[in-house]
Design a protein around this ligand. Structure first.
Ligand SMILES: [Zn+2]
Ligand SMILES: [Zn+2]
Length: 227
């Protein structure tokens, strides 16, 4: 006989009874229902809260369709920090479950996509962290084949958090290279967090130069402070 392992909610630490289950195996119903949501009114090009027809966001100029699973708010931002910086893998699994569900419920956004690729990490960061957390988050979705090999991060970059837009642009200039032929392909670029959009801007620009037909972006979290 299989023993049923008791489950505790990762957010409130309470035992999840059969009446308190949610769509997430890691959260109770109450915490799940409190989660911040991306509403339908976001700009389809940059993910900000404005009308897509008038989107003048410079960094999104090469992006056709932008999606985010969450806005960058409590408690999701804390989960991401625990996963990325404290290497708490259980929060990675919690977040990955939401990403996997996004792929299952967003099929209309995937039909034209040829290649799904995560934003790469530099190999020295890969070695110190042991894995690319961005690849990890899309590893369980079954709708698209993911290619880590499309992009390469050539230089190790300093932390972008806390840097100004100009500083970020300088740090990211010529950092990424496109490794494989992507001519005529429709790309879905995945990143964990979009803050100022500079990383997505740099990569979508490079993919366009390399001949991509179209670049869409999906992020786990979109900061709404930069619109
Ligand atoms: Zn809870
Ligand atoms: Zn916009």
């Amino acid at each position: 006989m299989l023993l049923k392992i008791p489950k505790w909610c990762l957010e409130c630490n309470r035992y999840i009874t059969s009446l308190q289950t949610s769509q997430s195996p890691f959260l109770c119903k109450y915490c799940y229902n409190q989660l911040p949501a991306i509403n339908d009114r976001i700009c389809l090009k940059c993910g900000g809260y404005h009308n897509a027809v008038n989107c003048r966001i410079e960094w999104a100029k090469n992006i056709v369709d932008f999606s985010a699973v969450f806005p960058y708010e409590d408690p999701v931002n804390h989960w991401i920090s625990s996963f990325k910086y404290s290497r708490n893998i259980i929060y990675g699994r919690l977040l990955r479950n939401f990403v996997t569900n996004w792929f299952e419920t967003s099929l209309e956004k995937l039909t034209h996509v040829d290649i799904l690729t995560p934003v790469p990490m530099h190999f020295s960061n890969l070695n110190s962290r042991g894995f690319n957390q961005t690849s990890f988050l899309i590893a369980r979705q079954k709708r698209l084949k993911s290619f880590d090999s499309v992009l390469k991060k050539r230089n190790r970059t300093t932390q972008l958090a806390g840097k100004s837009k100009q500083e970020r642009q300088g740090i990211l200039k010529n950092v990424f290279t496109v490794k494989e032929g992507i001519k005529g392909k429709n790309i879905l670029l995945f990143d964990d967090v979009c803050t100022t959009g500079q990383t997505l801007s740099e990569i979508s620009n490079m993919l366009n130069i390399a001949g991509a037909n179209r670049v869409d972006c999906l992020v786990l979290c979109r900061s709404m402070r930069f619109n």
